[in-house]
Design a protein around this ligand. Structure first.
Ligand SMILES: NC(=O)c1ccc[n+]([C@@H]2O[C@H](COP(=O)([O-])OP(=O)(O)OC[C@H]3O[C@@H](n4cnc5c(N)ncnc54)[C@H](OP(=O)(O)O)[C@@H]3O)[C@@H](O)[C@H]2O)c1
Length: 286
């Protein structure tokens, strides 16, 4: 079987590649920078260069492929998913496994981008499985700078909770979906094992690095200005401010049995992720 992996240099896609290679598969990667991908994965992969915005390059890479793992990001998700759906149909592949978002179920902006992308894939007639994860544990790395420098975590999420998921679990579900047709037509809601407030997460990080972290609450406007300062577009900024507000209002603290149902084991907990990443939060001077 040939699997085409997009987003292979990203958070989830790289783990999908790694897990497929561990199963002695030789995945085909669709990347913008072939040298970067080859340097990262060596001879265990077949690298094809192209761009998700360029249907011809994707269709060519899809020839002979059984399943496509599709990762698209940002406000262009609907357009890129439509291009991918058409390319998948033209290349007559087995099915598409799309990395979507649990926010689809919450009528949030990022969810709306994915909802439109999912709709384009459904409408194309290609067989599909949608993975709908909650927030990734790796998002917490965004706190590393302020924790290292000031011992502070700042968010606008108040006491709201989120059941962060380990990206290894998303990748494991993706590999199951890609290598079988078990989940065709399904939208799998995937979360970590427990919903935690961001203050609770900060307390666990603090305990791991042996430092009392201060937790500061931001207003929506303060959060907006800080996110904009990272270079994000207005549309992306508003989508994130809206998501943090939804967390604060207790609208996205769901936990699901999705990982357990697919993998037959509990999802990975936050403590393991913290153990794996603790050095990122330690002060360099310490
Ligand atoms: N973070 C969360 O909490 C969360 C939660 C739920 C759902 N999601 C969804 O997860 C997805 C992001 O997954 P991720 O975090 O694994 O990705 P990521 O780490 O942000 O990486 C994005 C990947 O896409 C590739 N890429 C970007 N534009 C491309 C293009 N035009 N053509 C070809 N490749 C392109 C990048 O390659 P380069 O190396 O070339 O840049 C990179 O490999 C989004 O759809 C997001 O909505 C995220």
């Amino acid at each position: 079987m040939t699997y085409l992996i997009t987003g292979a240099t990203g958070e989830v896609g790289a783990r999908v590649v790694k897990q497929l290679v561990e199963r002695e598969e030789r995945p085909r990667l669709f990347v913008r920078d072939g040298a970067k991908a080859q340097a990262r994965f060596g001879q265990n992969v077949d690298v094809r260069v192209g761009d998700l915005g360029d249907r011809e390059s994707l269709t060519a890479a899809l020839r002979g492929v059984e399943s496509l793992f599709l990762v698209t990001s940002g406000p262009n998700i609907p357009m890129l998913d439509e291009i991918a759906a058409r390319a998948a149909r033209d290349a007559d592949i087995g099915h598409v496994v799309k990395l979507s978002s649990l926010d689809v179920e919450q009528s949030l902006a990022i969810g709306a981008w994915h909802e439109r992308g999912e709709a384009a894939i459904r409408a194309s007639g290609v067989l599909f499985a949608f993975l709908r994860p909650t927030g990734f544990m790796t998002n917490l790395l965004a706190w590393a700078g302020s924790i290292q420098a000031e011992g502070v975590v700042r968010t606008s999420t108040g006491n709201g909770k989120r059941a962060f998921i380990h990206p290894d679990d998303i990748a494991a579900v993706a590999v199951r979906a890609l290598t079988s047709h078990e989940f065709v037509g399904d939208a799998l809601a995937l979360t970590g094992p427990e919903a935690l407030s961001f203050a609770e997460v900060a307390a666990r990080l603090g305990a791991a690095i042996g430092r009392d972290l201060r937790y500061e609450t931001l207003s929506d406007e303060e959060a907006r200005l800080r996110f904009q300062a990272t270079g994000a577009s207005d549309e992306e900024t508003e989508a994130h401010v809206e998501l943090w507000r939804a967390i604060r209002e207790g609208r996205v603290g769901t936990t699901t049995d999705g990982v357990q149902d697919v993998l037959g084991r509990r999802p990975i907990g936050l403590d393991r992720w913290i153990t794996e990443n603790v050095d990122a939060f330690r002060s360099k001077a310490a």
